[in-house]
Design a protein around this ligand. Structure first.
Ligand code: S3P
Length: 460
C-alpha cells in the first residue's frame, strides 16, 4: 500500500481540491436516448458510513481499518479535516483506509479553517463533535454548502452550552468556540434529520449528563450502529436515542457496503428501460435507508433481494432489478425520511409511470444540495413532462420524455437522475454542471457506459 497524498501538506490538498473543483465546474453530460441496463454492477461505498468511519475512527483508541471507503469529494473533505486536526490517516488506496485514532480528547487545532466542499454531512456532524473540543475551529464550504441552513444544529447545540457562530441568516462559514462546558439535553427534533441527530449525539460524548434525541420519524441510524460497533454504549427507547459521557471508542474493522443511494440510479434506470436486467452487488439495505425499494415496489417495480447477509452490523444484499411497467402512486409520507436522497431519481421513475405520482411531506428536499423539488420540476418540464411543484412536494404525470437541455444546479443527484431519464427519452438529453457527481459517485460515467448508457462528457 502506498499513501500518495500523505506526501502533500494538508493545506496543499485543500487548495488542490478547491482548484480542481473550480476547473471542472462546467462538465456537461450528453446522453443519447434508449438502451437497456444489463449485467452485474457494484456502485461505490456508502457515503454516510464512510463519513462516520473516519470521524469515529479518529476519536477512537487504536487503529480502524476501513475497506470499501467511498473516495468521493465529500468523504475526502471529512478525511482531510481530521488529518488537519492531527490524525494520522493512511490511504485511501482502492477503498482501503487506516485511521490511527487519537482518542476522544486527542484532536488538535487545525492550522487553517476546515474546507468541507459540498458536504453538509461533514459540516453538521463536525459542528457537534467540535463543540466538545478545547480549541476554536472555523468551517467553510463551496457555494452550495454556504447556502445551507445550519441553525437546525446550532440552536440545540447552544442549549447544550456550545458557542457556534453562523452568518446572519444561519448559514456557513461556522465558527465553533472551543472549551465550552457542554451539558446533556433532551431534544425533540422538529424535522426528521439524521444529520441533526448525529451532530447532537457526537456533542453528547463530551457533555455532562445524558444527551437524548427524539426523532419525529425514523432516520438513518448509522451513527448509533457504529458507535455501538466501536464499543460505545447507546441507549434506544422507542424513537429516543441517548448517549452518556465517559465511554471509550475502540478501533475496529469496517467493511463499507455499496451505497443504496448510488444504486438507486441503476434501480430506476433498469425499471424504466425495457429489456433491462441488472444485479447491484453488496448494497446496504439498512431498514432506515430502503424507502426507495418500498416506493419503487409500490409503483410496480420488479426488485428482488438476493443473498441477504450481515456485514459488520449492517444488512447487505444483491439487488436484482428487471424492467417493469410502473404506475403512479401517492407516496406514503412515512417513506420520505427513508428515501430522502432518492427523490430526484424517483421523480424520473414517476415521469415514466402510467398516471400521476403525488409526493407530500417532503419540504426538506428544498434545502438539499439544490432545491430538488424546483430543479427536478424545471428539468422534467423542459423534457415535456407535466411536473407541478407544491410547497412540500410535487405532482408528476407520467408521459413521454423528450429531448432537451437541463441544469443540475451543481447537484450530483440531479445530474445522475437525468442521465437515467435518457433511457426512456425520444431524443438526447444534455445535462449541465455535472462535476459534483464526484462528490458521491466517482466512476459514474464509466459504470453507466458499462451498464448500457450512451453517455459522452464535454468539458471546456
Ligand atoms: C445524511 C443524512 C441525510 C441525507 C444526507 C446524509 C447522513 O440528511 O440527506 O445525504 O449521513 O446523516 P438529513 O438527515 O439531514 O435529511
Amino acid at each position: 500500500m502506498t499513501y500518495e497524498n500523505e506526501k502533500h501538506s494538508v493545506a496543499a490538498i485543500t487548495e488542490y481540491e478547491r482548484r480542481t473543483t473550480a476547473m471542472t465546474d462546467s462538465l456537461t453530460y450528453i446522453v443519447q436516448p434508449g438502451g437497456a441496463l444489463r449485467g452485474r454492477i457494484r456502485v461505490p461505498g456508502d457515503k454516510s458510513i464512510s463519513h462516520r468511519s473516519i470521524m469515529l475512527g479518529s476519536i477512537a483508541e487504536g487503529t480502524t481499518e476501513i475497506t470499501g471507503f467511498l473516495e468521493g469529494e465529500d468523504n475526502l473533505a471529512t478525511l482531510n479535516a481530521f488529518r488537519a486536526m492531527g490524525v494520522q490517516i493512511e490511504g485511501p488506496v482502492d477503498g482501503s483506509v487506516s485511521v490511527h485514532g487519537v482518542g476522544l480528547h486527542g484532536l488538535h487545532k487545525p492550522a487553517e479553517p476546515l474546507y468541507l466542499g459540498n458536504s453538509g454531512t461533514s459540516m453538521r456532524l463536525l459542528t457537534g463533535l467540535l463543540s466538545g473540543q478545547a480549541f476554536d475551529v472555523e468551517m467553510t464550504g463551496d457555494a452550495s454548502l454556504s447556502k445551507r441552513p445550519m441553525r437546525r444544529v446550532t440552536v440545540p447545540l447552544a442549549q447544550m452550552g456550545a458557542e457556534v457562530e453562523t452568518q446572519d441568516n444561519g448559514t456557513p462559514p461556522l465558527k465553533v468556540k472551543g472549551g465550552a462546558k457542554l451539558k446533556g439535553i433532551d431534544y425533540t427534533m422538529p424535522v426528521a434529520s439524521a444529520q441533526v441527530k448525529s451532530c447532537l449525539l457526537l456533542a453528547g460524548l463530551y457533555a455532562e449528563g445524558r444527551t437524548c434525541v427524539t426523532e419525529p420519524a425514523p432516520t438513518r441510524d448509522h451513527t448509533e450502529r457504529m458507535l455501538t460497533g466501536f464499543g460505545y454504549p447507546v441507549y434506544r427507547t422507542g424513537s429516543t436515542v441517548c448517549v452518556e459521557p465517559g465511554g471509550t471508542l475502540r478501533g475496529m474493522r469496517i467493511d463499507v457496503p455499496a451505497d443504496i443511494s448510488s444504486a438507486t440510479f441503476f434501480m430506476v434506470g433498469a425499471s424504466i428501460a425495457p429489456g433491462s436486467d441488472v444485479v447491484l452487488e453488496h448494497v446496504g439495505i439498512n431498514p432506515t435507508r430502503i424507502g426507495v425499494i418500498n416506493i419503487l415496489r409500490l409503483m410496480g417495480a420488479d426488485i428482488t433481494l438476493m443473498n441477504e447477509r450481515d456485514v459488520g452490523g449492517e444488512p447487505v444484499a444483491d439487488i436484482r432489478v428487471r424492467a417493469a411497467q410502473l404506475k403512479g402512486i401517492r407516496i406514503p409520507e412515512d417513506q420520505v425520511p427513508l428515501a430522502i436522497d432518492e427523490f430526484p431519481a424517483i421523480f424520473v421513475a414517476a415521469a415514466c409511470a402510467e398516471g400521476e405520482t403525488v409526493l407530500t411531506g417532503a419540504e426538506e428536499l428544498r434545502v438539499k444540495e439544490s432545491d430538488r423539488i424546483q430543479v427536478m420540476a424545471d428539468g422534467l418540464t423542459t423534457l415535456g413532462i407535466d411536473a407541478r411543484p407544491t410547497p412540500d412536494g410535487i405532482v408528476i404525470r407520467g408521459g413521454q420524455l423528450g429531448s432537451g437541455e437541463v441544469h443540475s444546479h451543481d447537484d450530483h443527484r440531479i445530474a445522475m437522475s437525468f442521465t437515467m431519464a435518457a433511457l426512456r427519452a425520444s431524443g438526447s438529453i444534455t445535462i449541465h454542471n455535472c462535476a459534483t457527481v464526484n462528490t458521491s459517485f466517482p466512476g459514474f460515467v464509466d459504470l453507466s457506459r458499462t451498464a448500457g448508457i450512451n453517455l459522452e462528457t464535454q468539458s471546456p
